[in-house]
Write a protein that binds this ligand. Structure first.
Ligand code: FAD
Ligand code: UDP
Length: 370
């Protein structure tokens, strides 16, 4: 009999939820993680008492009651509402696109005036939008597209907006009310003190092997377990034999500054083309439950630079266009004949937010323990 029922590859949110559930159901579980710490992309580092979201800002939001209740078993959520500010060459606009943005952009004061302005700028885009540029102009008109979307998106994805799928921009709410909440979900918050406590509670009692790359010792692990759950990149698992899936990379530049309050908001988006980074995060503003942090004369900020992805780099965003989706389907078909189940953002090559990640992990755990 094998030593483990499950080897879970990756100690990110997906792997940690699954490990928790399988362990709680009495299964023998080993988690292997190639990084030196658990948490995957939701990992935080505490600097000067400030939880620094080390791999990009993470705001938890969901409309799935089961997931919200589940997360609250492991974390003490602060009621954070994400209200980022866009900075276009020094002009500031509220996000997501709402009456505040329309007032700042055009001086319009009523929803009817805003709609009229957008309609007048929609111009040629009348039929079903074929790409992100057409979709954006159809939704918010040309001015907002030019100032708040085009530069940001082309930096973020390294491609022309006409070569990107329309769905990416449909992630953002569009509202004709004065409401700067970036998300439409019923629940939103950030665990007090950051995400590490959540992950550590999920993994309590579970055997975890850090700095361990499954792929460098694949045969060894396959011998030790009945099943593998793989949350790394599916193409890497198959040694890219059908070709490489495309990902978008990121580089984070963390800085400690001797000032109490640099930008007055957690997330500032730099939407012009010239600024080389897309976002600057000032982490203390996430900790709304800890106002003493704001008094402190130091702050931690992170600039987020989009980057081309190459083999060996961390993969952050799947590029879900038709070509990549078709290649992913081929890998997924191949995976069906393995003793390995693929899950999570990289394993399923999907742009999952944290709540969807948890929902998928809980569903998989249920099917494996039924
Ligand atoms: P990951 O966190 O990527 O974990 C996978 C783990 O597997 C990693 O730790 C990796 O090191 C490990 N691994 C991979 N291959 C191997 C191997 N061969 N051997 C051993 N270990 C391996 N979601 C939200 O809801 N709100 C947000 O505000 C938000 N912001 C985001 C910002 C950024 C910049 C990014 C990139 C994502 C954001 N997300 C957000 C999405 C969120 O990060 C994901 O939903 C979630 O972290 C996915 O968890 P995961 O376990 O699938 O993947
Ligand atoms: N976006 C934009 N301007 C902004 C913020 C977002 O054009 O100021 C676009 C961009 O194309 C981005 C998409 O909206 O990829 C989705 O934004 P979101 O904040 O959801 O990105 P993520 O959290 O995935 O980084």
């Amino acid at each position: 009999m094998a030593q483990y029922d499950f080897v879970i590859v990756g100690a990110g949110l997906f792997g940690a939820v699954l490990a928790h559930e399988l362990h709680a159901a009495g299964r023998r579980v080993l988690v292997v993680e190639r990084r030196a710490a658990v948490g995957g992309n939701i990992r935080c580092e505490i600097r000067d008492g400030i939880p620094v979201h080390f791999y990009g800002a993470h705001i938890f939001h969901t409309s799935i009651r089961e997931v919200w209740d589940y997360m609250n078993r492991f974390a003490d959520f602060q009621p954070f509402i994400n209200s980022p500010v866009a900075n276009y060459k020094g002009e500031l606009y509220n996000l997501p696109f709402n009456m505040n943005t329309f007032y700042q952009m055009w001086g319009v004061r009523t929803p009817a005036e805003a709609r009229e302005k957008i309609d007048s700028q929609r111009g040629a885009v009348t039929s079903e939008p074929r790409n992100l540029e057409e979709q954006a102009i159809a939704l918010v008109g040309r001015d907002i597209y030019e100032k708040l979307i085009k530069g940001y998106t082309e930096k973020q994805w390294g491609r022309d907006c006409r070569e990107l799928p329309a769905f990416i921009i449909r992630r953002l709410p569009l509202r004709f009310t004065y409401d700067n909440n970036y998300f439409n979900d019923r629940w939103q918050g950030i665990p007090a003190g950051g995400y590490n406590g959540l992950i550590e509670k999920l993994l309590a009692g579970v055997e975890v092997s850090l700095e361990t790359d499954f792929l460098s010792d694949r045969e060894y692990f396959l011998q030790k377990t009945e099943k593998v759950i793989y949350t790394g990149a599916i193409d890497e698992y198959f040694d890219y034999e059908l070709g490489e899936l495309e990902y978008r990379g990121l580089r984070f530049e963390h800085e400690r500054l001797e000032t109490a309050n640099l930008q007055g908001v957690a997330v500032m988006n730099f939407t012009d083309r010239e600024t080389p980074y897309t976002r600057r995060i000032e982490h203390k503003h996430f900790e709304v439950g800890n106002p003493a942090l704001l008094e402190q004369p130091v702050t931690m900020v992170t600039k987020e630079y989009p980057a081309d992805w190459r083999r060996g780099d961390d993969a952050y965003y799947p590029v879900n266009d038709e070509k990549n989706q078709a290649l992913y389907e081929k890998y997924a078909a191949q995976a069906a004949s393995e003793r390995v189940i693929f899950g999570g953002r990289l394993g399923e090559y999907k742009y999952y937010d944290m709540d969807k990640t948890v929902e998928r992990a809980l569903a998989l755990a249920r099917s494996l323990t039924a």
